[in-house]
Design a protein around this ligand. Structure first.
Ligand code: PMP
Length: 355
C-alpha cells in the first residue's frame, strides 16, 4: 500500500475474481462463463462498429435499451444499461443504501456484495442460510433494510419462487429490494414482471452468462422509472459512457439472435442434469441447481484437494475458503464433452487415491 492511499479505503478487502490462468489451456469450469461463442452476427456487428471507435458511445444506450425492453416486456424508461451487472449493483448500493438504510443479504452469496458495501461504507447484515443452504423468506419479511438477493443464489444455485420474492418485496415497501438475476435464464422465474407493481423492486441482469458476453461487460437494471432515474444520477456522476460502442452493438445483435441463446440455455440445463446425475453416481452430494453451475461435495475427498487435483489435470473449478462451504466446489456447466472430461478426471483421481 502506498503512503497516499486514503484511510477510508485502506482496510478494503477487494473481490477475488476466479482464476484466469495463462500457463495452460484449461477446461474452464470456474467462472460461470458460457462455453458457446457469440452468434456470428454479433461478431460481424462488432467488426463493423470498430470503424466508429473514434466517437464516444451513446450514454443513453437508446437502441439497446429499446431492444432489451421489448425482450423483457417492459418500457425502455424502466431499463438502465451498465458495464456488467457488477456496475448496476454498485450503483444501486450507492443510491439506495446508507447508515439509515443498511444492507441485508444471505451469508452465503455473491462475494461482491460485502465488497461493494465496504467500498461505500455501508453497514450490512449477513443473514444465515438454512442448513440446507436455502433462504428462509421469513428472515426478510419487514426488516427495513436494503435487501439484496441473488436468485438463483450463487454459489448454491438454489432458487426462490416468484411468490417468495413478492412476499419480501411487498413487506419492505420503504426500502429497495434488489433481485440479482445473473443466472435466471437457467431455470428460475424472473421477477421483472413485478417491477410494474412494486416501486421498490430493482431486478438486475447480465449478458455475461446466458448470452455469452462476459468479456463484453454488459449488464442492466429493470425497475420503476424513478429508481432508474436515481441510478442514472449515479451513472452520470461516475461514468456516462459506461457501455462502450462495441459492447452496445454486440448487445443489440445478441438480442436479435435470442433463439440461439435460449437454445444454448436448454443445452446447458441438459448438461447440468447429466453432470449432476454422474456426480451423484460417484457419491457426491449435489444441490438442486437452477443456474449454469453445480455446487457439490463428497465425503471421499475434501473440497480443496479435489480442486487442486483437478487443476493438475487441466480442469479448473471454483473452490471457496469460507468455512461453511469449504467442502464444496462450484462447477460451471460447459459443453457435454467438457462435462464428460470432468467426470473422467474425477474418476481418475479417485482411482489414483484409491478412494
Ligand atoms: N451477480 C452474480 C450472482 C454473479 O455471480 C455475477 C458474476 N460473477 C455477477 C452478478 C456479475 O456479473 P457481470 O458483472 O459479469 O454481469
Amino acid at each position: 500500500m502506498s503512503k497516499f492511499f486514503t484511510e477510508k479505503y485502506s482496510s478494503l478487502t477487494p473481490y477475488t475474481p476466479g482464476e484466469q490462468p495463462k500457463d495452460l489451456k484449461y477446461i474452464k469450469l470456474n467462472t460461470n462463463e458460457s462455453p458457446f461463442s457469440p452468434a456470428d452476427e454479433v461478431c460481424k456487428a462488432v467488426e463493423k462498429e470498430a470503424k466508429s471507435l473514434m466517437l464516444y458511445s451513446d450514454p443513453e444506450c437508446v437502441a439497446l435499451r429499446k431492444k432489451l425492453a421489448k425482450v423483457l416486456g417492459v418500457k425502455e424508461n424502466n431499463v438502465i444499461m451498465t458495464n456488467g451487472s457488477d456496475e448496476v449493483l454498485n450503483f444501486a448500493f450507492m443510491a439506495f443504501a446508507d447508515k439509515k438504510n443498511p444492507l441485508a443479504f444471505p451469508d452465503i452469496t455473491y462475494g461482491f456484495y460485502p465488497v461493494f458495501a465496504q467500498l461505500n461504507a455501508i453497514d450490512y447484515e449477513e443473514i444465515p442460510l438454512r442448513k440446507d443452504f436455502s433462504i428462509d423468506v421469513n428472515d426478510y419479511i419487514g426488516i427495513n433494510k436494503t435487501i439484496v438477493i441473488a436468485n438463483p443464489n450463487a454459489p448454491t444455485g438454489l432458487c426462490l419462487s416468484l411468490e417468495s420474492i413478492e412476499k419480501i418485496v411487498s413487506s419492505n415497501k420503504d426500502n429497495v429490494v434488489i433481485i440479482d438475476e445473473a443466472y435466471i435464464d437457467f431455470g428460475g422465474e424472473s421477477a421483472v414482471k413485478l417491477t410494474e407493481k412494486y416501486d421498490n423492486l430493482l431486478v438486475t441482469g447480465t449478458f455475461s452468462k446466458s448470452r455469452s458476453l462476459a468479456g463484453g461487460r454488459l449488464g442492466f437494471g429493470v425497475a420503476n422509472e424513478k429508481i432508474i432515474n436515481d441510478l442514472n444520477t449515479i451513472k452520470y456522476s461516475t461514468n456516462p459512457y459506461n457501455v462502450n460502442r462495441l459492447t452496445a452493438v454486440a448487445g443489440e445483435a445478441v438480442l436479435d439472435e435470442n433463439d440461439y441463446y435460449m437454445n444454448n440455455c436448454k443445452i446447458i440445463i441438459e448438461n447440468r442434469e447429466f453432470t449432476k446425475c454422474e456426480l451423484e453416481k460417484l457419491g457426491f452430494e449435489v444441490l438442486d441447481s437452477s443456474a449454469n453451475f453445480l455446487f457439490a461435495k463428497t465425503d471421499k475427498i475434501d473440497g480443496e484437494t479435489l480442486y487442486k487435483e483437478l487443476k493438475k489435470k487441466g480442469v479448473l473449478v471454483r473452490h471457496f475458503d469460507k468455512q461453511k462451504i469449504k467442502e464444496y466446489n462450484r462447477i460451471t456447466i460447459g459443453t457435454k464433452e467438457q462435462m464428460e472430461i470432468l467426470i473422467y478426471k474425477i474418476k481418475e483421481i479417485f482411482k489414483e487415491k484409491e478412494l
